[in-house]
Design a binder for this molecule. Structure first.
Ligand code: FAD
Ligand code: NAI
Length: 451
């Protein structure tokens, strides 16, 4: 064999797996057909947050008078999209070259091109065969144009990929799908001056988030001018009109641009995974919790296995897959993966929502602490938000935590650690949190839960 392990795809799943394998002494190859860093660095996590940072700075400047800053001519402040796009590209380039440096530094062989399986130990890339004892499929996901939404006439439909490259802010935009991508772009574009309409099939936005938190975020976005239509099943885009069904009748919104954000699809195009007998679960490569496919020497990590489409999940799955290949027995706990949504205030959650916990457990206790009562939130000038914790009624074990407030995406890791260590509410309460911080509200909510 040419290599011990060959990783296909250089996104956060793939590059982390390749580096980990090399550090464990394996002879490793990574094949990437496009740019290292994958969706996350090039057209996902990093560029969205770069644009959102500018939207937040703009908001801070516009509201500077509340912090006693005078002399800013807020009416004439605007964002230079040309400069913002240059900043986005600079941030991406720096991180992509960092990944390339790490691969080089760890002596991972890099092959540029598209890999396609010939058999369970061989792929072909640019007409050259690569043989390997193990393969890790980390080919990620793609944008998705749903066949169930018809397109007619001269439409202007974009996906998150094109939305990130915009050099003009549209006057109006209709966002189809009020999930994570839809809501982050709704926030971004409304802050940059677009009139935003969000059309969401379910009766709440961010259906995966605890209802109390998603309602708070919706209220805040609506206050900033975002128009929501929930329970709205989009059926057709015709020219610049988006038609949807609500309560049995048809309605439409009209907008210059339409953003399609109804999910992403696992990417196995051209990989010939089916051809060598790899099993699928719909469009995703099927794996167990050790990331093994049905073919024992082939693993699949990240978005391509369709479990949890998040960068930190892909990274962690990469480590778990490599550890299993190297003879350890490792698994991933999918019930302890934090999820963050970058609005202002931010959403950060982990574990069960209240609704899910009620279905699963007979005896739960809920504790809440409003950011309104937190000193640092007042200092920060934004008191919207809540800490909501759900614990098991007998053992006081943590079942779910939902944060909405400033800096909460940096606070959730405390809960991830606590849940990994199976900590109880009392152990969080006994942990001294610094003052003044927003994190002080976490033990407060746990105190409320235990009474
Ligand atoms: P990818 O990052 O998709 O990488 C796969 C790589 O494989 C690509 O580079 C591709 O070119 C390569 N490839 C594919 N097929 C082949 C082949 N046959 N041969 C060789 N190479 C191949 N997640 C978060 O956790 N936080 C966020 O804030 C966040 N924001 C997001 C915002 C947007 C707009 C989007 C679209 C996604 C966001 N995500 C976020 C999700 C995150 O980007 C993905 O979960 C993550 O990138 C998945 O990593 P991956 O390694 O599985 O795949
Ligand atoms: P999503 O699954 O989060 O949301 C899609 C939404 O579209 C759902 O709410 C669904 O009910 C709605 N929908 C489906 N069909 C519809 C129809 N016909 N009419 C109206 N609404 C309809 O998918 P999204 O937002 O595209 O994101 C894809 C993935 O990217 C997510 O699963 C997430 O893991 C990842 N991501 C993560 C981010 C983060 O962690 N901050 C940011 C952006 C993306």
């Amino acid at each position: 064999m040419d290599y011990d392990i060959t990783v296909i795809g250089g996104g956060p799943g793939g590059y982390v797996a390749a580096i980990k394998a090399a550090q464990l002494g394996k002879k490793v190859c990574i094949v990437e057909e496009n740019s290292f860093g994958g969706t996350c660095l090039n057209e996902g996590c990093i560029p969205t947050k770069t644009l959102i940072k500018t939207a937040n700075v703009l908001h801070d400047i516009k509201t500077a008078d509340k912090f006693a800053i005078e002399g800013i001519d807020v009416k004439n402040i605007k964002v230079s999209m040309e400069k913002l796009q240059k900043r986005r590209q600079a941030v991406i380039s720096q991180l992509v070259s960092g990944v390339q440096g790490l691969l080089r530094g760890n002596k991972v062989t890099v092959v540029k091109g598209k890999a396609s399986f010939i058999d369970k130990n061989t792929v072909i890339v640019n007409d050259k065969k690569i043989t390997s004892e193990y393969f890790i499929i980390a080919t990620g996901s793609n944008t998705f144009m749903p066949p169930f939404i018809a397109q007619e006439g001269k439409t202007n439909i974009i996906t998150s990929k094109e939305a990130l490259e915009m050099d003009i802010i549209p006057k109006s935009i209709a966002v189809i799908g009020g999930g994570v991508i839809g809501v982050e772009f709704a926030y971004l574009l409304s802050k940059l001056g677009s009139k935003v309409y969000v059309l969401e099939l379910m009766d709440k936005i961010l259906p995966m988030v605890d209802e109390e938190v998603s309602n708070m975020a919706k209220k805040r976005l609506a206050k900033d001018g975002v128009e929501f239509h929930t329970g709205a099943k989009v059926k057709k885009v015709s020219d610049n009109k988006v038609f949807y069904e609500v309560d049995g009748h048809e309605e439409y919104v009209e907008a210059d641009v339409v953003l399609m954000s109804v999910g992403r699809t696992p990417n196995t195009e051209g990989l010939n995974a089916e051809g060598i007998g790899i099993e699928f679960n719909k469009k995703a490569v099927k794996t167990d919790n050790s990331l093994r496919t049905n073919i024992p020497n082939i693993y699949a990590i990240g978005d391509v296995n369709g479990k949890v489409m998040l960068a930190h999940t892909a990274e962690h799955e990469g480590v778990v897959a490599v550890e299993n290949i190297c003879g350890k027995t490792a698994e991933i706990s999918y019930d302890k993966i934090p999820s963050c949504i970058y609005l202002d205030p931010e959403i950060a959650c982990i574990g069960l929502t209240e609704e899910e916990a009620k279905k699963k457990f007979n005896n739960i206790r809920i504790g809440k602490f409003p950011m309104m009562a937190n000193g640092k939130s007042l200092v920060e000038g934004d008191q919207d938000g809540i800490v909501k914790v759900i614990i098991d009624g007998e053992l006081n074990e943590i079942l779910g935590v939902h944060l909405y407030g400033k800096h909460t995406t940096d606070m959730i890791s405390e809960i991830s650690l606590a849940m990994t260590m199976e900590a109880t509410a009392e152990e969080i309460i006994d942990t001294i949190h610094p003052h003044p911080t927003i994190s002080e509200s976490v033990p407060e909510a746990f105190m409320a839960a235990v009474g």
